[in-house]
Structures are given as structure tokens and as C-alpha cells.
Ligand binder design. Structure first.
Ligand SMILES: [Zn+2]
Length: 191
């Protein structure tokens, strides 16, 4: 099965029967993800996480009353990127699988305006539309801002950290208590 990266969305939408294109690329090819991924690639291999990102795309024409039919695209993405957990600093592999729908318009200006007011994402039609770049955009948005295991595989010495934190909190004067004292003193002054 050959991997499809570039499509003409209109041509794909006109295919009958409906054609599904599939593609895949190794995670390391997604350069904008590089800073977010676990850097030790050997460890990733050791984890046996799939290093390929896979996608599927289908397009369709939707009739518009009194207008030209719209070109729609449905994209499905599967990936298992390994990130660094912010809590234990160990590797964590995410199992990502998602589906997105897009509508194509002819011009960038139209896309910007319509993307604001439309529920679906609006893209600009191109004869050689880059599916892999779109997949990369979606992966960037799908990754957590602060990656954390639900349960870290190693014990993190939280109790020590917490005790110190509670201790230092206890030593700080309570701002409300201080305010109450001020009010009391002010009343005394008025009497
Ligand atoms: Zn962790």
C-alpha cells in the first residue's frame, strides 16, 4: 500500500466510489514536534511504541442550494508519540487517535473569515494539498501542554515536598488576621 501525502481535494471528492487515501510517516519527520518528543530515541525503540504516524482521508462534495458544491475532507490520525512526563521526567507514550472534518474554500481571505464563524475548520484548496502538514498541525494541537502520567511508574517523593510546603505556609502571617488586627486598632483609636 503506497503512502499518500499530497492530494487534490476536489479530485478526491469527485471519486466514485468514495476513495480513501492512506499515508504514514515516521514521527521523526514531523519536525515541529521534535522539541516535544522524548529525545532518547533508543529508549523509544525499547518501549516498542509505534514510531509511525498514520492517516486516512476521504473527501466528499456537499450540494449547496443555489451555489457550487462544497468540498469536505475527513481526516483520521493515529499516532503514539512518546513525551517526557513533567512529574517523574520519565517517558510516557500517548495513544492518539482522532478524526477531524474540514471544508475547503478557494482563497486564503475567505478561509480566514469563514474559519471564525464556522463550526468546522476551513482550509484553502490547493491542487497539491499537503496532508502530512495538516496531520502535523493537528498533532501539535492534540498534544498536552503539560504531559503527565495518570500514575507515574516510579515513586515521586511528594510527601517530603509537601511537608516543607505546609511548614513554610504555616510560618507566613495570615493576611486576613493581620487585617482584623488593623481594624480592631482603628476602632480603638476612634473610641
Ligand atoms: Zn510520570
Amino acid at each position: 500500500m503506497s503512502s499518500v501525502r499530497y492530494i487534490d481535494p476536489r479530485v478526491l471528492a469527485q471519486s466514485a466510489p468514495v476513495q480513501t487515501v492512506v499515508g504514514e510517516a515516521p514521527l521523526v519527520e514531523f519536525e515541529r514536534l521534535a522539541d516535544l518528543l522524548w529525545p532518547e530515541t533508543d529508549s523509544v525503540a525499547a518501549l516498542a511504541a509505534p514510531l509511525a504516524v498514520r492517516w486516512q482521508a476521504q473527501a466528499a462534495l456537499r450540494p449547496v442550494v443555489g451555489g457550487v458544491p462544497q468540498t469536505w475532507l475527513r481526516l483520521t490520525v493515529q499516532a503514539a508519540p512518546t513525551l517526557r512526563c513533567e512529574r517523574c521526567l520519565g517517558p510516557m507514550t500517548l495513544d492518539l487517535s482522532f478524526e477531524r472534518d474540514y471544508r475547503f474554500v478557494a482563497e486564503e481571505a475567505t478561509a480566514e473569515i469563514e474559519d471564525e464563524v464556522s463550526e468546522e475548520d476551513v482550509l484553502v484548496w490547493q491542487r497539491d494539498f499537503d496532508l502530512q502538514a495538516l496531520v502535523e498541525d493537528e498533532l501539535l494541537m492534540a498534544l498536552p501542554v503539560v504531559p503527565k502520567h495518570d500514575t507515574c511508574p516510579v515513586a515521586v517523593p511528594f510527601s517530603v515536598v509537601d511537608d516543607d510546603f505546609i511548614q513554610s505556609e504555616a510560618e507566613k502571617p495570615n493576611p486576613f488576621a493581620a487585617l482584623a488586627l488593623l481594624k480592631r486598632d482603628a476602632k480603638k483609636g476612634n473610641e
